[in-house]
Design a protein around this ligand. Structure first.
Ligand code: SPQ
Length: 423
């Protein structure tokens, strides 16, 4: 991977991963046909498609177009084998909520990374709602077995800021007797709430609480998925870091619960502008133009963290090139992602010469370090892989990057897009 001297051109980043998962899930449990445009055909979202096909839902995919023929929750059928979610935390956690209320037994499994990720954060509230869930270590780890049955609404305060836990409870709440209310410590992505409304459901949201009434019917609709800001983040960073760059990113999702990366770039002094699309869409979007600039170190923590959690690996790379120190705190959730992203980010970037101290809930990154060549690996984590590929652009003689297949989880065309920007 040779060092780069300026990136220029236009990219349409793929559809948002979180929204693509939810479009398939809600289409599968709605009545009637759902058409999804700009669906992300990445490995994770294809795992969601395959799980619902096994549960008896007719889903036709043609590239980024998906058609789902839903027959309501009653249309789901028991699958006698193991449902495999692959590498996808969103698939397993949201399906656990959904399948807690369906009257059959489901077994869920996943890959080596999913085997290490905690499911008890979902199991605990679902059990409070009356769900029957088993798994290794009392429902903490896969394989998970869910015996669906009657559920009752609960009031639940999320102990961790997690959209996956909130969404799992909402999917169970849709089927529960009475009202389910969820209170968050900090705002997390609200795509599930928006999608419930899009499919004709009712949900009340106030400052930090979401309330849903059980027994609602949803109806098939059209979903237009905006580009994934978490994928755009790698090009926002590449454009900022490589001298002489100017990149245009088209149709990027700009939902406020996801735009923490833009706030960080602004504070670091990045040179970018956002043109919001007009039009009445349920998820806002727009184009972003980014140019190379000098960056400065900042402190990132508190409520901002859930709004940029998946962007912290690439922010760490930006910080190695900024002037001064960057402190990332309140981000212990990074330790339970596809990898322990605090250790994998620090470990791999150190191999290239970065100075990063890890803390229990974040990193302290020394800015202004020259990155040199070296051999690094994604550890099977798509976001680590893409972050390292961007690091390779600013290493004098490039880097050797292993385990790049993982990138297909969220961005199958990543290298094609990157190559198209090289002059
Ligand atoms: O789906 P998965 O594997 O958990 O994916 C990740 C990612 O980097 O793509 C996290 F590893 O994104 C999560 C995100 O971190 C997707 C997500 C969602 O769609 O609801 C929410 C976040 O996770 P959490 O645990 O904070 O709710």
């Amino acid at each position: 991977m040779p060092a780069s001297s300026g990136l220029s051109g236009e990219i349409r980043v793929p559809g948002d991963k979180s929204i693509s998962h939810r479009a398939v899930m809600f289409g599968a449990i709605a009545h009637g046909t759902t058409t999804v445009r700009n669906f992300l055909p990445g490995d994770d979202c294809l795992s969601t498609v395959s799980c619902f096909q096994k549960l008896g839902v007719t889903i036709e995919t043609a590239g980024t177009d998906v058609k789902i023929s839903g027959n309501g929750l009653e249309g789901l059928r028991e699958y006698s084998g193991l449902l495999d979610v692959g590498n996808s935390g969103t698939t397993i956690r949201l399906m656990m909520g959904l399948l807690s209320g369906t009257p059959f037994v489901t077994r869920l499994t996943g890959d080596e990374s999913i085997a290490k990720r905690p499911m008890n954060r979902v199991t605990a509230p679902l059990k409070e709602m009356g769900a029957t869930i088993d798994g290794r270590e009392n429902g903490k780890f896969i394989p998970i077995t869910i015996t669906g049955g009657r559920l009752k609404g609960i009031s639940y305060s999320l102990p961790v800021a997690s959209a996956q836990v909130k969404s799992a409870i909402l999917l169970a709440g849709l089927q529960a007797e009475g009202e389910t209310s969820i209170t968050e410590t900090a705002p997390t992505r609200d795509h599930t709430e928006k999608m419930i409304r899009l499919f004709g459901g009712k949900i009340k949201t106030s400052s930090n609480t979401v309330v849903i009434e059980g027994g609602q019917k949803l109806y098939g609709t059209g979903v237009n998925v905006p580009g994934d800001i978490s994928s755009a983040a790698f090009f926002l960073a590449a454009g900022s870091l490589v001298p002489g760059s100017e990149i245009i990113l088209k149709n990027v999702g700009l939902n406020w619960t996801r735009t923490g990366i833009l706030e960080v770039l602004e504070k670091m002094g990045a040179d970018f502008s956002v043109m919001r699309s007009s039009g009445d869409t349920y998820e806002p979007s727009g184009d972003i133009v980014v140019k190379h600039s000098r960056l400065k170190g900042i402190t990132i923590g508190g409520d901002l963290i859930p709004r940029l959690i998946d962007e912290l690996p690439i922010i760490a790379l930006l910080a190695t090139q900024a002037e001064g120190e960057t402190i990332i705190r309140d981000a212990s959730e990074l330790r339970v992602k596809e990898t322990d992203r605090i250790e994998t980010v620090a470990g791999e970037l150190r191999k290239l010469g970065a100075e990063i101290e890890t803390t229990p809930d974040g990193m302290i990154i020394t800015g202004g370090t020259k990155l040199g060549n070296g051999t690094v690996t994604s550890h099977g984590d798509h976001r680590i892989g893409m972050m390292l590929a961007v690091a390779g652009l600013i290493c004098k003689s490039g880097i050797e990057l292993h385990d790049t297949e993982a990138i297909a989880v969220s961005y199958p065309d990543f290298f094609i897009h990157l190559d198209s920007l090289k002059k």
